[in-house]
Write a protein that binds this ligand. Structure first.
Ligand SMILES: *[C@@H]1O[C@H](CO)[C@@H](O)[C@H](O)[C@H]1NC(C)=O
Ligand SMILES: *[C@@H]1O[C@H](CO)[C@@H](O)[C@H](O)[C@H]1NC(C)=O
Length: 301
């Protein structure tokens, strides 16, 4: 009994190693959203779901998508077109999920607002690194997008992991650091209520403090917000623009204004090559995800 158990254990070990060596994709079925159980250090216990299309680019880009509060990876995957677009364009797609269903992303703790600080942002960064390694990804083409809480987390990832991401696109969020409460998954009613105001220089210094030793380029930022949003106050739009104008050294005044762009009731303000804001006329919370616009901003379409 003991002996045969030992042999079975050995065989299982050999089998597991074989799977890891000879068929990378044995554990992740192609073209279906699959949970990855183990992707590296994950201090806050968030969940990783991956969608690997049947046909990948030789060095595929990686796109990280973040849901709103009260959503799941599966639900958001089901209502967004990033999967179909991955089939057409051959990128690796990751949907993150908060540790408990329905939770918001942690955009308020010191840990999450610090590079490798041990919060949700650390786990999300490790998902990206895992995918880059496993699928021979293109480290210069990694992108992040999300809605609402996922939009706030998009700005946080751009600020805390500027070394990982080339561009970000967010739908109805807040500037990185605005939601700080010093608690995990805290709700900052001042920020949500539009009462947090900083100069571009103050915002930029907050961003730099999230990764003090970093001197490189920050990801390109695209910010959507609706002008009748009562969940995350409309001031969030200008504060986000100030934050990233400060980071990029832009004046904060648009150099170009494009009406009905990218669609009707939307106005696109261009502040420089690396920053644009899209103001939704008559849109509340949230301005719906526009996958083709986000992927165009990423340079993938
Ligand atoms: C945002 O800034 C612009 C330009 O400075 C200004 O016209 C607009 O009223 C501001 N929006 C809000 C919501 O304060
Ligand atoms: C989404 O963006 C594309 C361009 O990237 C545009 O053609 C389309 O009209 C937009 N859709 C909406 C609903 O705004």
């Amino acid at each position: 009994m003991r002996f045969s158990g030992f042999i079975a254990g050995l065989m299982a070990l050999a089998g597991a190693q074989g799977a890891a060596i000879d068929a990378q994709d044995q554990l992740v079925k192609r073209a279906s959203l699959t949970q990855v159980q183990s992707f590296g250090n994950n201090p806050s216990g968030i969940k990783m779901f991956i969608y690997v299309p049947a046909t990948l680019q030789a060095k595929p880009p990686v796109v990280l998508v973040l849901h709103a509060c009260a959503w799941t990876a599966n639900a958001f995957f089901g209502t967004t077109k990033y999967g179909q677009l991955a089939d057409q364009h051959g990128y690796v797609l990751i949907y993150g999920q908060t540790p408990t269903d329905g939770a918001c992303w942690d955009v308020s703790s010191k840990q999450t607002l610090t590079h490798d600080g041990g919060g949700d942002s650390t786990g999300l960064a490790n998902m990206v690194k895992y995918a880059l390694q496993k699928y021979n990804g293109d480290a210069s083409r990694v992108f992040v997008t999300g809605e609402s809480s996922g939009a706030m987390m998009t700005q946080v990832m751009a600020a805390v992991y500027p070394d990982l991401f080339a561009a970000a696109s967010e739908f109805s969020g807040e500037p990185a650091g605005c939601f700080y409460t010093g608690t995990v998954r805290g709700w900052n009613s001042q920020c949500a209520g539009g009462q947090v105001h900083h100069t571009p220089a103050e915002w930029a210094s907050m961003v730099h403090d999230m990764y003090p030793n970093y001197n490189g380029q920050y990801p390109k930022m695209q910010v959507f917000h609706g002008d009748v949003d009562t969940t995350l106050n409309i001031n969030s739009f200008n504060e986000s623009v100030k934050e990233w104008s400060g980071v990029f050294g832009y004046s904060g005044s648009p150099t170009q204004t494009l009406d009905n762009n990218p669609g009707s009731r939307l106005t696109k303000y261009i502040y420089g090559d690396r920053l644009q804001g899209i103001w939704g006329h008559g849109f509340g919370h949230v301005v719906p995800t526009n996958e083709t616009e986000a992927l165009t901003w990423f340079g993938l379409l």
